[in-house]
Design a protein around this ligand. Sequence first.
Ligand code: ATP
Ligand code: MG
Length: 418
Amino acid sequence: MLIARNGIVDGAEAEVFGWVLSVREQKTVVFLIVYENRRQVQLVIKERKLMSRGIKQNASIWARGTIRTTDRAPNGFEIHVSSIKVLSRPKKLPPFNIMAAELPSLDLRLDYRALDLRRPKNIAIFTLRSKILQYFREYFVSKDFVEVQTPKIIATASEGGAALFPLMYYDKQAFLAQSPQLYKEELTMAFERVFEIGPIFRAEPSRTLKHLSEAISLDAEMAYLNNDEIMDVLEDMVKYVIRRVYERDRDLIERIRAPVIDLPDRFPRYTYSEVVKWINENVEELQEGEDLQAKHLEAFGGHVGGFYFIKEWPLKLKPFYIKPKDDFYSYSFDLMYRDTELSSGGERIHDPAMLRKGLKRVGLSPKGFKYHLLPYYYGMPPHGGFGFGVDRFMMVITGVDNIREVVLYPRDMRRLVP
Ligand code: ATP
Ligand code: MG
């Protein structure tokens, strides 16, 4: 916290509360870089008696002094200190220097995550993450969506595929929600357009750089739009947020040293069949109907470059609620960035008899979904939407290759603490 009487002008009196990022001692002067409210402020100590306070990295301090504007300090000013107090002194030597150029292993950093988050790059990453969440909300609110929260303790699976985390719910078996899918669909009945930003839980046995057991998903669901119109919304949302970031948060992007993302006028849209054809011509033999593997997406993603859609997937690769196009294909899509899947979406079934058929198609019992089927008998509107991985998007925006770098306290097969 910085309290500057008369604002940041040369000669004004100021008080600062913050923590020490670095200490540079010279013969007649000590420079401190202090983080106050996620911004760096330079303190200059010239008085002998104030220099002997033994102030170290990570200490929390209070100081008072006079503002001097200068180009040599971060943010164009420094404070010449007239009094300073240590409010909290580190009791142990930290396991790594948060200013060091050479990083310790991610595992060690995650063990000391609260401390690791003090690294300037991390402060920038998570400040940006907070801004980006705000921009998503801005976008949806401007399009007249209602923000909703759906239960995270649920009775039945929604996605199939990735396994569920079971838990005891009093005397019953329950699960942590894999996605808000079924609830957000039901909510289009009353609200037409809804979105939710919340956790999804997946017992992912894989240990990849893109999967966590707990991730944050941005889900949107809309009545009356077809597959391509839903892709339009998703594309528009991604462009809105990226443009906003480059408009407003250049300083954070620079501090993160994030690559600048090229936004084409329109994200190319390939059908699944077109991609399969390309794989057959350029990578290896692949049957129509088989899932695209990592090596296929690496090749195709490298060929395309940035954002693109793969649409109209085989029905058998998609969940029960997705609307069939014919006997083989579906009204579905994935949004990709190179070889990373950012989002899956599509049109949904709104007819109850068809939805029962969908459940049977994937080997689920309509009985188990009785409560979900129920509203479908009372005029469920045609609808569709998408689930969009916020953590995956943060990987793209910041250019990191491990999803754990953009999540405060990542959860995976090996990590449940801190
Ligand atoms: P993948 O094929 O990459 O495992 P998925 O197809 O199983 O993902 P969806 O059910 O389509 O995932 O979920 C929608 C979006 O949520 C994904 O496109 C992705 O961005 C994000 N997501 C899904 N699972 C995870 C996870 N375990 N960790 C991080 N993000 C995830
Ligand atoms: Mg998917």
